[in-house]
Write a new protein. Structure first.
Length: 69
């Protein structure tokens, strides 16, 4: 999990695919597949262009312990 929450535009916590997978009870690969298919949005951050999912985006699509809404 991320050690320090990152903020998008100073307002929304950004989560790694692993953070989203752990929090919502799906696999990391499932989160990555949904990103590739355009089911959930993400932002690229840092010099390595890491994919991060805004918490608000994750909350729109996931119910804890269940799949995409």
């Amino acid at each position: 999990m991320a050690k320090t929450p990152t903020k998008a535009n100073g307002s929304d916590e950004l989560l790694s695919t692993a953070d989203v997978a752990a929090q919502y009870g799906v696999s990391d690969e499932t989160v990555r597949r949904w990103i590739r298919k355009g089911v959930i949005s993400y932002v690229m951050v840092g010099p390595f262009r890491l994919k991060r999912i805004p918490r608000s985006e994750a909350d729109k699509h996931f119910v804890p312990g269940n799949a995409v809404r």
